[in-house]
Ligand binder design. Sequence first.
Ligand code: AMP
Length: 119
Amino acid sequence: MAEPTIFERIIDGSIPSEIVYKDDLVTAFKDIAPKAENHILIVTNKPIPSVSDVEACDEVMLGHLLIVAKKIATDLGVAQSGYRLIVNCGPDGGQEVPHIHMHLLAGGKLGGLGFPSKD
Ligand code: AMP
């Protein structure tokens, strides 16, 4: 069996994190290295490695990521002022953790698309 991802360990509580939302399908917590004033990760509880691995049966769960993103944006007070949602996919997409997650970035005017290069 594959080693659990760091996000699975956050979801099961074996690694501490600042969880801001959790339900049967997704868990959301603060990014440990925020790239904006507010930087939340919304993670599927099911450990699918990346968007390239999703299947039709995951459709409801994946749609739910957006519903939860809207809720968190509303709770943060940025639903109208704006925010950015990012899903990195694979090595060239800058994905570091092989467990599907959506970044929610907010707080002031954001810069150009994407994070600064990690190189
Ligand atoms: P990605 O590059 O899209 O895979 O994003 C992975 C994100 O996970 C990065 O923004 C990291 O800062 C974040 N991250 C890694 N470990 C933790 C952790 N223990 N708690 C919260 N965020 C984390």
